[in-house]
Design a protein around this ligand. Structure first.
Ligand code: DGP
Length: 115
């Protein structure tokens, strides 16, 4: 755990999170500022700064992250109509929390391209 990391604190319950799916390696909870009817963040329980880091340092955790996205989509009723998975990365990607997280966004028709 990284002591000053918001998502590490949500993982250990120090900061409350509205959890929708959990596994041994991952946690999925609702975004505090939803951009669509369904907006869930999926994070590994261990601290990795971005998708590349978790893929290289712990491939099993990266796989579990994607399997948890699939569970969220099923459970939230997004799988049939579709949804978007976003990993904002670094400064240009506008990543604001330095603990890798996949946004699972759906429940309405989404637009493309993003800004
Ligand atoms: P990003 O900009 O990709 O790093 O996304 C960070 C997301 O985290 C953003 O959509 C808002 C969300 N967020 C920030 N603080 C909290 C919090 O305390 N609780 C929850 N559930 N979400 C948060």
């Amino acid at each position: 755990m990284s002591t000053d990391c918001l998502f590490c604190k949500i993982v250990v319950g120090e900061v409350p999170g509205d959890v929708v799916v959990e596994s041994d390696r991952s946690l999925a909870f609702r975004d505090i500022d939803p951009q669509a009817p369904t907006h869930v963040l999926v994070v590994p329980r261990d601290h990795h700064r971005n998708l590349a880091a978790v893929a290289v340092d712990d491939p099993a955790a990266a796989t579990d992250l994607l399997q948890t996205v699939a569970k969220v989509a099923e459970q939230e009723g997004l799988a049939e109509d579709g949804y978007r998975v976003v990993a904002n990365t670094g400064e240009h990607g506008q990543q604001s929390v330095d603990h890798v997280h996949l946004h699972v966004i759906g429940g309405r028709q989404l637009q493309w391209p993003p800004g």
